[in-house]
Write a protein that binds this ligand. Structure first.
Ligand code: LAN
Length: 725
């Protein structure tokens, strides 16, 4: 029997005892949060500074001496940041931002009977309360976005499943907004899908997701193995669940939600008419005519599916789900596939199965306890990405050599050593090789990412070659494996994509079913990924000049051609994973500097610098909104951002910009935002994906200022001395 929880009206104070939460860091950087029940447990496992920081509690650190110069500010920054390094050498961190993930966690758990602890439930509720739009009480696709039907229908549902009463003021307000937007019928495709699984939206209201597509021959131009890996990995379990028309058993709460989510009587809704009903507040990538036409045919096919064919297709989708689970130790590629795979495995293998138990264990890796409550993360963490940047920062600035930082660098190298993948996946079907790779989070997750391999290798090379006190843990052979892997990832236009080679043609984008995301159907080349790969190849080349010399030289040459072609006429590069022009321009100019293209020698670099200089604000900083990524043009953020200021100043330094003033002003701005204990406050969200969804990289607020300030200190000194007669 459903029992609503008693929830306060305000979420400003915790719903659980924050002194009892602990982050367990183990097994190569896995993070899981645990709530200790007894005082004895708390005594045995005291809360450390990593726990406290991420829970938003005071670390009670003394103020540091006021920095004398930029390097001193960087030094103070690292003094603080070292408190956040875990015992295993890496930096844990929150990876929130998207607002469509927690509902998947909650709905997926509800329909599979996977429970949460009382404290987890309460803190997830609190998170949703804290993240509700202050004016209308709804939710958007990400934490900074406007309220949408996708965000509001799903998060409202999550609140109810977690135990909030329908008459709680938060539910009342959110429901009013949902109804004002026309109710849940106009939620985009993925919203419809989740609600169908929960049995509060009918399957006939979805466009078909036929699992038969997995039976097409591989050479077929739209065979899903050609799709972007995130898209296809989500559509494998979706095909299964659509094929079996999975739905939760009706219960009182489900019956109640059927009343609450709609403005009309649930039982008289014309479901087929809702398939393409997407609210305009949600719509980013409207269906193409081709896609709509295909859906008409597929919908007719749904009336006359051949049962043996459908069964075979469902079995094939199941097999691919199992491959994915086993290759990733049940982490799966990302948070959406994680919950869909769980439902598939529960449906086929049952809640007593080992698969179910493994999914339960790894579900914890996506649940992050923050200052505002508990959220679902974009991946099982950003472990490699964060350690890669801070280690390069430390070595480049010279801070790594300072006695007090040495142990921390050795620990980080030990972590990096463990994190490199040594084998290819167990099930290789449709997968790119992984031997030699670093992934975005942990080795266990097991996915090659081009730029993570680049940044991982760079960090290792810096730590092993530039510092005489570090053990040389990663062998030459293993570095060569990383290089081989990166070389295998270059596309014919010279650029590098994210996880794999581009396998499909751009016209596949006409089949984008998701409506709320752009450019998700195939891999694309990115200036960011391309740069990380070629900068690491070029450092490698210095140390091992004879290893695949011609291949490396040619790869770099072709990559530079891609970067030239990707420059926008205004001078910048459009970012796909960070916001936005400042992010990608930093990477592109780093690449160009590799081949001697600088302010002095290259017209295009001068254009890039002028573009950036034109965006510097009166306070010396830069500030761009996430909307730049949606719209592909620079859109100012209301305030300047210190992380983006770092990217812009780094860009100017890569370009060897000859005038100190804009750099000095940027440095002053970043120093002025530093807190007396050496840290920096959180400003606007830093990252993005699929054009529309912002995602948080809270560790950037430490790594980039430390890097930029230390680098600028040297750069400005050199600039001044070279200007002397
Ligand atoms: C990420 C995070 C890291 C990011 C970089 C390494 C920064 C990038 O350079 C390459 C692409 C990559 C690995 C990336 C791809 C898409 C991810 C995995 C994410 C943005 C984190 C979350 C996102 C994933 C798609 C979220 C789930 C949503 C779906 C639409 C499936």
């Amino acid at each position: 029997m459903y029992q609503p929880l008693s929830i306060p009206n305000s979420a400003s104070t915790p719903f659980s005892d924050y002194s009892r939460w602990r982050l367990l860091v183990n097994d190569g950087g896995r993070h899981t949060w645990h709530y200790l029940k007894t005082d004895k447990e708390c005594e045995e496992w005291p809360q450390n500074s990593v726990d406290k920081f991420w829970l938003g509690m005071d670390l009670n650190l003394p103020d540091l001496p006021t920095p004398k110069d930029a390097l001193d500010a960087a030094r103070n920054g690292y003094k603080f940041y070292k408190h956040l390094q875990s015992h295993d050498g890496h930096w844990a961190g929150e990876y929130g931002g998207p607002m469509f993930l927690l509902p998947g966690l909650v709905i997926g758990s509800y329909v599979t009977g996977m429970t949460f602890t009382e404290q987890e439930k309460l803190e997830m509720i609190r998170y949703l309360m804290n993240r509700a739009h202050p004016e209308d009480g709804g939710w958007g696709i990400h934490v900074e976005g406007h309220s949408t039907v996708f965000g509001t229908a799903l998060n409202y549902t999550a609140l109810r499943l977690l135990g909030m009463d329908a008459e709680h003021p938060v539910c009342v307000k959110a429901r009013a907004t949902l109804h004002k937007l026309g109710g849940a019928t106009s939620t985009p495709a993925w919203g419809k899908f989740w609600l169908s699984i929960l049995n509060v939206y009918e399957w006939e209201g979805n466009n078909p997701v036929p699992p038969e597509v997995w039976l097409l021959p591989d050479w077929f131009p739209f065979h899903p193995h050609r799709w972007w890996i995130h898209c296809r990995t989500v559509y494998v379990p979706m095909g299964y669940l659509y094929g079996v028309k999975f739905k939760a058993e009706e219960d009182d709460l489900i019956l109640a939600l059927r009343q609450e989510l709609y403005t009309e009587n649930y039982y008289s809704i014309d479901w087929p008419a809702q398939r393409n009903n997407v609210n305009k507040v949600d719509l980013y990538a409207p269906h193409s005519r081709l896609f709509d036409t295909i859906n008409v045919f597929l919908s007719s096919y749904e009336h006359c599916t051949l049962p043996p064919l459908r069964r075979t297709a469902i079995d094939r989708a199941y097999e691919l789900v199992v491959f994915e689970d086993e290759n990733t130790e049940y982490q799966t590629l990302g948070p959406v596939s994680k919950m869909f795979n769980l439902i598939v495995r529960t449906h086929r293998d049952g809640p007593e199965s080992d698969a179910y138990k493994q999914h339960l264990i790894k579900r914890q890796d996506f649940m992050w306890m923050g200052a505002e409550g508990m959220m679902m993360c974009g991946t099982n963490g950003s472990q490699l990405w964060d350690i890669g940047f801070i280690m390069q920062a430390l070595v480049e600035t010279g801070l790594a050599n300072e006695e007090e930082n040495r142990e921390s660098c050795v620990k980080a190298l030990e972590w990096l050593d463990e994190a490199q993948m040594r084998e290819d996946p167990k099930h290789l079907e449709y997968r790119h090789s992984t031997k030699g790779a670093w992934g975005f989070s942990t080795k266990e997750q097991g996915y090659t990412v081009s730029d993570c391999t680049g940044e991982g290798l760079k960090a290792v090379m810096y730590l092993q070659f530039e510092l005489d006190f570090t053990p040389k843990l990663v062998s030459e052979r293993r570095m060569c494996d990383a290089v081989d892997l990166m070389l295998s990832l270059q596309n014919s236009n010279g650029g590098f994509a994210s996880y794999e080679l581009i396998r499909g043609s751009p016209w596949l984008e006409w089949l984008n079913p998701a409506e709320v995301f752009g450019d998700i159907m195939i891999e694309y080349c990115y200036p960011e990924c391309t740069t990380s790969v070629i900068t690491s190849l070029s450092i490698f080349r210095k140390h091992y000049p004879n290893y695949r010399k011609e291949d490396i030289d040619r790869t770099i040459r072709n990559a530079i051609k891609y970067l030239h072609a990707a420059q926008k006429p205004e001078g910048g590069w459009l970012g796909s994973w960070g916001i936005c022009f400042t992010y990608a321009t930093q990477f592109a100019l780093e690449s160009l500097s590799l081949v001697g293209e600088t302010y002095e020698t290259s017209e295009r670099v001068r254009r890039a610098c002028q573009f950036l200089i034109g965006k510097q604000r009166a306070d010396g900083g830069w500030g761009e909104s996430y909307k730049s990524c949606e719209q592909g043009r620079w859109i100012d953020h209301a305030e300047t951002q210190h992380v983006q200021t770092c990217w812009a100043v780094m860009s100017l330094m890569y370009a060897k910009y000859p005038y100190p003033e804009p750099i000095e002003r940027g440095v002053r701005l970043v120093m002025s935002r530093q807190l007396p204990n050496g840290s920096w406050p959180q400003e606007a969200i830093e990252g993005v994906f699929n054009k529309t969804c912002a995602i948080a990289y809270p560790n950037f607020k430490f790594s980039f200022p430390i890097w930029m300030l230390g680098k600028a200190h040297k750069y400005l000194a050199e600039l001044k001395s070279s200007a002397l007669p």
